[in-house]
Design a protein around this ligand. Structure first.
Ligand code: HPA
Ligand SMILES: [Zn+2]
Length: 343
């Protein structure tokens, strides 16, 4: 059975909706870019760096994640980072991806938004051409910084809004409630940007409510702690608000004690639009299909769950309606073929 589930995971077309480009920076590429830019990393080699990837919480991870971004300096660096991710997900039957980038992390080192965006968007366009993967780009604000700084970053992004589908909010969650950014996201809405908010990863269910009610989030990234609030679960199900969940990330950052206690299946059965994503695959030990496989290895996952999770990923995406319908048809076709092979 688990062999056929693995086959199903590999074959079904899907979307990834929660991926930080900076979190797809593999140790090998990090060292390559460090050499190219003559930057000294505080690790002897790739293996030593990999050894350091043990985290007790979100902040311990973020400290390494921001340190890793120091090698990203030129347009070519952002291109290489983005293209490597797109090439990798092609192997996982990802047909659409919505990727975050953290401009403030790079602006702080003097890397312009123009440089970041040129590298990222060139790689995305090239990957669409080579691998037929569609995409949306999400500018994510850092919640440990002030609303003023985020508003300033948004002003700088105004000339490039044709390249940016939506905005997000990430980084350290504890003590950084969504309400801190009410003005920022009101402005983002007014500009026609879509909104997705990291909430309920380490922060309480109250932060999920704030993301929905004060920031008008259309999606919630993570959302694990929604489970602590029965009323919130009913609201998320009734409103069809997607949760972009990340099993291996949750395990690595101790958001769940063990994967067999991951709530995704429970939430799926309660009718929530949950999806599977990799978050920061270079740091958490796997890309999207590894996350599906981890669920299969630890939870009573059935074939129709895999299908529903893939379907949810397409439904929760920000594709145009016709693009979305086509993707759903493609998924349904592959699913039928696998259930009843015609040959
Ligand atoms: O999982 C995450 N949570 C918050 N901030 C982040 N920045 C990259 N990954 C994450
Ligand atoms: Zn994330």
């Amino acid at each position: 059975m688990s062999q056929s589930l693995t086959h199903l995971i590999q074959q079904l077309p899907k979307a990834e909706l929660h991926l930080h480009l900076e979190g797809s920076l593999e140790p090998e590429l990090m060292f390559k870019l460090a050499r190219r830019n003559q930057i000294q990393l505080p690790y002897a080699d790739e293996a030593a760096l990999h050894q350091a990837y043990q985290f007790n919480n979100l902040q311990e991870f973020l400290d390494l994640y921001y340190q890793g971004t120091s090698v990203l300096n030129t347009e070519e660096d952002f291109y290489d980072l983005t293209f490597a991710y797109m090439k990798r997900i092609h192997a996982d039957q990802v047909i659409h991806t919505e990727v975050f980038f953290d401009p403030q992390a790079h602006l702080a080192r003097g890397v312009s938004l123009e440089t970041q965006l040129r590298g990222i968007t060139h790689a995305l366009a090239e990957a669409r051409h080579q691998f037929n993967i569609s995409y949306r780009l999400i500018l994510s604000f850092l919640r440990h910084l002030s609303e003023e700084e985020a508003l300033n970053t948004l002003e700088q992004a105004l000339p490039y809004l044709d390249q940016i589908a939506g905005v997000g909010l990430d980084s350290s969650e504890r003590g950084q409630p969504p309400e801190k950014f009410t003005r920022l996201f009101a402005r983002c809405h007014a500009l026609g940007l879509k909104v997705t908010i990291h909430a309920g990863e380490e922060g309480p269910a109250e932060y999920v409510w704030q993301a929905l009610k004060l920031l008008n989030a259309e999606r919630i990234d993570h959302g694990n702690r929604a489970l602590e609030d029965a009323e919130l679960l009913i609201y998320l199900a009734q409103q069809g608000i997607p949760l972009t969940m990340c099993p291996l990330s949750n395990q690595k950052l101790c958001v769940v004690p063990e994967l067999d206690q991951h709530p995704i299946l429970q939430l799926l059965e309660k009718g929530l639009c949950v999806t599977v994503n990799s978050d920061d695959p270079a740091y958490f030990g796997g890309y999207i299909n590894d996350n599906f496989q981890a669920l299969v290895n630890h939870l009573p996952v059935l074939p129709h769950h895999i299908y529903q999770l893939c379907r949810n990923s397409l439904i929760a995406s920000w594709m145009d309606p016709s693009e979305k319908q086509q993707a759903l048809n493609q998924l349904a076709h592959v699913w039928e073929e696998l259930k009843h092979p015609s040959t």
